[in-house]
Design a protein around this ligand. Structure first.
Ligand SMILES: [Zn+2]
Length: 305
């Protein structure tokens, strides 16, 4: 993602039964520790940069993890021409059918990581790929733990999980959001019209203000999410204030008429100094932050009919 204001820069079984539901089994609590482990697993593959071994390993892990959980898992592969070569990229789509007749929801995150640590001051370090614990792995980690919940206790509404590739390739905006753009250009007929994008949601010091593009495209979804956050006691992490407009994977989807909001904490470390640097490592993230976001998104899904 990229803030508009920085456009000049290269870019327990704790059972929480839903009282209204008599059909579904009570859903297991969102396990933040398990989500944090998903971050370490992804970082352990190495940077998830297209055309690298770490990227291939992570894609395989996503497929292997999702197949026993979702009703259907699909790879949307595409290539992006680059110089005389091309980047091999894959969006992964996992569907949960839902137990009722309500309209489905889309939950998305990017799984690739930035090939260059643009924000490092030392030029030698700047050429290296970022570990992408928060910027990349955190959104995927929350979606993976949600997938476990959805398997264990199917929500009433259908859910499509979308793991997009090529969000952060860069360095400029022309080479970003590549997977989201491809998906938007090849929308499956059953794509849900309403959704949430997660990006940079693992920061230990979590603050997710209302993102302005999301507010203008899907105010009702933003309102629902912040109301749920307040009800769950997460008003500190989800302050009812407006943040900077962030160019992210939700924009190509909004352009296609989908109401997709971006939950993003674009204030990562002191003076934002962990962003797009080699310091974007799992120790900067916390199970509590992942659980906060997971609880809110989970409640938003499970209370829909
Ligand atoms: Zn990024």
């Amino acid at each position: 993602m990229r803030p508009r204001s920085l456009a000049a820069l290269s870019c327990a079984l704790l059972l929480t039964a839903c009282a209204a539901s008599t059909q579904s089994a009570p859903k297991p609590a969102f396990d933040g520790a398990r989500a944090l482990q998903h971050i370490s697993t992804q970082v352990g593959f190495g940077p998830r940069v297209p055309n690298t071994a770490g990227h291939k390993r992570c894609r395989q892990w996503m497929l292997d993890t999702l197949k026993p959980l979702a009703d259907r898992v699909e790879s949307q592969s595409f290539s992006y021409p680059l110089g005389g070569d091309s980047l091999a990229m894959t969006n992964v789509i996992a569907r949960f059918s839902g137990s009722g007749k309500g309209a489905g929801v889309l939950l998305a995150a990017h799984w690739d990581t930035r090939p260059t640590a643009d924000e490092e001051t030392d030029p030698a370090r700047r050429a290296l790929p970022i570990p992408g614990a928060n910027d990349g792995a955190s959104g995927v980690a929350v979606l993976m733990e949600l997938a476990r919940q959805f398997k264990s206790s199917p929500p009433s509404v259908p859910v499509m999980l979308l793991f997009v590739d090529g969000e952060d390739y860069g360095p400029g905006l022309d080479r970003m959001f590549l997977g989201a753009r491809h998906f938007a250009g090849h929308l499956p007929p059953d794509v849900p019209r309403t959704g949430i994008l997660l990006d940079m949601v693992g920061d230990k010091n979590l603050t997710i203000p209302r993102e302005p593009y999301s507010v203008s495209a899907a105010r009702s979804v933003v309102d629902e999410v912040y109301r749920i956050a307040r009800r769950l006691g997460y008003q500190r992490e989800f302050p009812n204030t407006e943040g900077s407009p962030i160019q992210d994977d939700h924009l190509p989807l909004i352009d296609k008429g989908l109401k997709v909001i971006d939950l993003i904490d674009f204030d990562y470390g002191p003076n934002h100094r962990y962003w797009h640097t080699l310091q974007d490592t799992p120790d900067k993230c916390s199970a509590a932050s992942l659980k906060t976001v997971g609880d809110v998104v989970s409640e938003w899904v499970y209370t829909r009919r």
